[in-house]
Design a protein around this ligand. Structure first.
Ligand code: UDP
Length: 317
């Protein structure tokens, strides 16, 4: 059988790099595109020795000609943490809109399948709890998070349009909060912030009173679900995430406990439009993909804390 090639945009990002690894291990050739504004070459450094792996530094918001035959296009490029998309608002809007259009164009030209990384952010500050795929969401279009939420909502719309108008076999995953090694310490999300702060015994910055909830999924669980969805016949969006919900204050306390830190908790201003609750309803993933998260929060956090400790040691030496 000839080796199939998968094109991954955002392949050197946090989730993208795990996908590159998983697909290489399953015998696919990989073309990884990334403009490296939030991705990092260190995430994919071990993959360069693999002959089946090619990296192209490119911004998918601009068109690109690809000579190779492509079996699957996976569109994962986008700033994805609130701090990042506030820092790169225009790039975030462009990669979700123009970037998705370009990635779909490649899939169409190559008669490839297409996979979109969407997000729980499309539900905005949800009025339905937990969130099922048939909920349409509650998004402030002109708020600071609108740049990400609306870009991803558009990317879902154009993906379904290409599916309906051009008959492309498209898939959409709505990714809920995911964590694990390779998250950037400075990416601003709760888990990397809290772990970095805890390891330095600095104050843990809980925004608001910390009563807002999230549900955290370990990255290897997520990519397992992504692979199952890639190989499934489903074209409608599917939620992937760990339904175990907790408050941000509980998360902060858990990280203090697991790091053995002397940090105290300080309360800072809640960012505008910060969702008050978030929990995936994964009935669909369970039923059609036979998928559910396996890694518990304690186990996943211990791995992640280990990575952050090691990174600190490497940086210091
Ligand atoms: N958060 C916090 N302190 C931080 C970073 C984040 O309290 O230092 C809160 C944030 O306000 C949100 C939750 O943690 O309610 C999750 O934020 P994150 O940026 O990880 O992702 P989000 O789910 O908002 O996209």
């Amino acid at each position: 059988m000839k080796t199939k090639t998968v094109l991954i945009t955002g392949g050197s990002g946090f989730i993208g790099s795990y996908l590159c690894e998983l697909l290489l291990a399953r015998g696919y050739r990989i073309i990884c595109l990334d403009n490296l504004i939030t991705g990092s070459l260190s995430n994919i450094a071990p993959l360069f020795k693999n002959h089946g792996f090619k990296f192209i530094k490119h911004d998918i918001s601009k068109t690109i000609g690809i000579k190779d035959k492509i079996y699957y296009v996976l569109h994962f490029a986008s700033p994805a943490s609130p701090v990042d998309y506030l820092k790169f608002p225009i790039q975030t809007l462009k990669v979700g809109s123009l970037g998705t259009h370009n990635a779909l164009g490649i899939a169409k030209a190559k008669r490839a399948k297409f996979f979109l990384a969407s997000t729980s952010e499309i539900y905005g500050d949800p009025l339905v709890h937990p969130q099922k795929e048939n909920y349409w969401g509650n998004v402030n279009t002109i708020g600071p998070r609108g740049v990400y939420d609306e870009a991803k909502r558009f990317s879902e719309a154009i993906t379904m349009a290409y599916h309906r108008a051009h008959g492309i076999d498209t898939k959409i995953v709505r990714i809920f909060n995911t964590y694990g090694p390779r998250m950037r310490k400075e990416d601003g999300r709760a888990i990397p912030n809290f772990i970095s702060q805890a390891l330095k015994n600095k104050p843990i910055t809980v925004y608001g009173r910390g009563g807002q909830t999230r549900s955290f999924c370990y990255v290897t669980d997520l990519v397992d679900g992504i692979y199952r969805l890639m190989m499934s016949p489903l074209n409608e969006p599917v939620n992937l995430g760990n339904p175990k919900e907790m408050t941000i204050l509980q998360l902060a306390k858990e990280i203090i406990r697991l790091t053995g830190s002397k940090s105290r908790i300080v309360y800072e201003m809640l960012p505008q439009d910060d969702p008050k609750t978030r929990q995936p309803d994964i009935t669909k993933a369970k039923k059609f993909l036979k998928w559910q998260a396996k890694v518990g929060l304690e186990e996943g956090l211990i791995e992640t804390i280990g990575y952050f400790r090691l990174n600190k040691v490497e940086k210091a030496s």
